[in-house]
Design a protein around this ligand. Structure first.
Ligand code: SF4
Length: 464
């Protein structure tokens, strides 16, 4: 066993995962080796999520679970990310087991933490650092896929959301810096680049010269080796024609729209301070369908926000029935201190919230299934992620309509493929979320990227 060993647990969303990958890179620079088993680690880092109640509970449970290893080999437990950014003082008092607390932008400080003694409570201001192409980063995603975080923070004021208070105002990276990172990732074998941020549509508005998202997408899509470019977290405002044109016309930009809508009833959208009413959403979906008839649309909704009446919920259900989205995530409202919704007192009872969630999920399920069944007999391009989690005997991947970790998979049951290949696959079966297909052609041999580390990542919380 190496001398300097470290174990990471990454919680929450894809943006947090990028931060974990940077800390993993930092730890490698100062001579630490990542180990899969926390029992083998001298240092354990829990990169927490803290924006809604279930995420906070999961983070706290994980910290206590990891703290047990301090009876063994572990001599330093580090807690970083959104939870410690949000509740630094309280956690420091309540958790004597934790040796160092870092915040949500303190990834580079981990080097000093590993080298020697630093303050126990070392949580900086979120704006102190915005990730850059020069940050060390070790990839953790399987297959040939990675997230590219183009901005940090958010300037909006959605009533239910604690993120701006935790992560601060929006700070966009420059186009040049993002292109530099995409180039490096492509040189490591990453073929699928998934653009993430809190509010991707607002990219560049805080930069001198106000670079646009369309310019950025076009520049990244031109990087040699970027085969699939996917945009996540588009706020439902009017997309510029320039952006729609780039999505439609550029071969490597996927016609995959990930647009968290959160609700569809005008009453609720107003209460949520989303800056638009329900009619806008019908228009946005219509316009996108017209411009991109074969698009795949993912969205998320929150049910049970304070003041949500039966009639509001019914409006949401009507919208979901009308829109026929491909992928829908349904979240139950979480009453958060420090948010405007957290001060509202017309709460929906807990059992009613759960019933509404179940109803919306069951309304959407046959729609998702029907859309996948329509694919039977179609030949799709599939990026091979590797040997299937279900069986060592088959490979699995995703067609371009399935984003990593949040959508379903394609199980490749006949034919041969290697991880990282883009194969042509003929769909023969469909379930609620997954497809089964036969490989009918491949684009040549591809090897594993050299430095992928299997960091444990728990449940996906992907509200925004
Ligand atoms: S929900 Fe998204 S857009 Fe709204 S404040 Fe939170 S991060 Fe910003």
């Amino acid at each position: 066993m190496a001398d300097k060993t470290i174990h990471f647990v990454s919680l929450g969303c894809a943006k947090n995962r990028v931060d974990t990958e940077i800390m993993l890179g930092v730890s490698g620079q100062v001579g630490f080796t990542h180990v899969e088993d926390p029992a083998d680690a001298e240092v354990i880092v829990v990169n927490t999520c803290g924006f809604i109640q279930p995420a906070k509970e999961e983070s706290i449970d994980t910290i206590f679970e990891m703290a047990k290893h301090k009876d063994g080999r572990c001599h330093k437990l580090v807690v970083s990310g959104c939870l410690s950014q949000r509740y630094a003082d309280d956690l420091a008092k309540e958790m004597p087991e934790v040796d160092v607390f870092l915040g949500s932008s303190d990834m580079l400080k981990l080097g000093d933490v590993l080298k020697g003694s630093t303050p126990r409570l070392w949580v900086g201001h979120p704006a102190e650092h915005t990730i850059a192409a020069t940050d060390p980063r070790t990839l953790t995603q399987r297959g040939h896929s990675a997230y590219v975080k183009i901005a940090e923070g958010c300037n909006r004021s959605c009533s239910f959301c604690a993120i701006p208070g935790i992560r601060g105002k929006q700070r966009s990276r420059t186009v040049q810096d993002i292109v530099m990172e995409a180039t490096r990732l492509a040189s490591l074998g990453v073929r699928e680049h998934n653009i993430v941020s809190q509010d991707t549509i607002s990219y560049g508005r805080d930069l001198e010269g106000r670079a646009t998202l369309a310019e950025l997408v076009s520049a990244v899509a031109d990087v040699p080796g970027v085969d699939w470019l996917r945009l996540h977290y588009l706020y439902p405002e009017k997309l510029t024609q320039e952006l729609v044109d780039v999505i439609r016309d550029h071969e490597s930009v996927l016609r995959y729209i990930d647009m968290p809508l959160q609700h569809a009833a005008t009453n609720m959208l107003k209460r949520m301070r989303r800056g638009h009413g329900g009619q806008r959403l019908y228009k946005v979906v219509d316009r996108l369908r017209e411009a991109l008839p074969d698009m795949v649309f993912r969205t998320t909704f929150i049910v049970g926000h304070p003041g949500e009446s039966e009639a509001d919920f019914q409006e949401l259900c009507d919208f979901v029935s009308w829109a026929k989205f491909d992928h829908v995530g349904v979240f139950t409202y979480s009453h958060e201190e420090g948010t405007r919704s957290g001060e509202m007192d017309d709460l929906v009872p807990e059992d009613e919230i759960m019933a509404r969630r179940d109803h919306l999920v069951s309304l959407q399920r046959p729609i998702s299934r029907g859309k996948l069944q329509d694919r039977i007999g179609e030949e799709l391009e599939v990026l091979v992620d590797g040997v299937s989690d279900e069986s060592d005997l088959i490979m699995e991947g995703r067609w371009w309509g399935q984003a990593p970790e949040v959508d379903g998979k394609v199980y490749l049951v006949n034919g041969e493929a290697r991880t990282g290949q883009l194969v042509k696959a003929l769909v023969r079966e469909a379930s609620d979320y997954d497809l089964v297909a036969d490989i009918v052609g491949a684009d040549g041999e591809v090897d594993l990227p050299p430095d992928v580390e299997p960091v444990k990542r728990k449940r996906k919380l992907q509200l925004i």
